[in-house]
Design a protein around this ligand. Sequence first.
Ligand code: NI
Length: 183
Amino acid sequence: MAQRTNRGSSHLEQFMSREERQAEPEDLALLNALQETPTTLATLIDALPDSELRWKNSDGEFSALENVCHLRDIETEGYTTRIDRILAETNPFLGDIDGGRLAFERRYNDQDPKLALRAFVVARMKNLEKLRAADTKKLEREGTLEGTGLVTLGRLAEMMLEHDQGHIEELRVLRRKLKRSDS
Ligand code: NI
């Protein structure tokens, strides 16, 4: 536990610093949702045998494993870098990532699903730590995201969740298709 250093300050000062420090309830809901993604992801791929994890509905669509590898690399090379740079720099330019190209170049479909999921979870937890530690002022810091424009750190966190949700939906659709091809 950190020692309190503001023992001498007035009630008003304490109130103000707490006000500034505390995240809004909607921010907390967002962070909690971001924390649920690893569990949701694990549940969606857990019971799938190896052949189904690597099954592709078409060349242009990700397999379940490719979805996991993609989320891992977007988390580590996209969001980790973006969060760190927004916190450290003044309006940094943040490059886009070509997910399809990475999937092909890194042969996502030949990778180990357990390692991929674990790496995603570790990276997500580290990013959540940084976001949880960010006060409202930090959540308003900005960067310029290639193809999107100016984004605050808070908006970036929302984009993380939207990206999660898109791929979670893709995995749900994929599972329904797998079930159908089973029978
Ligand atoms: Ni994506």
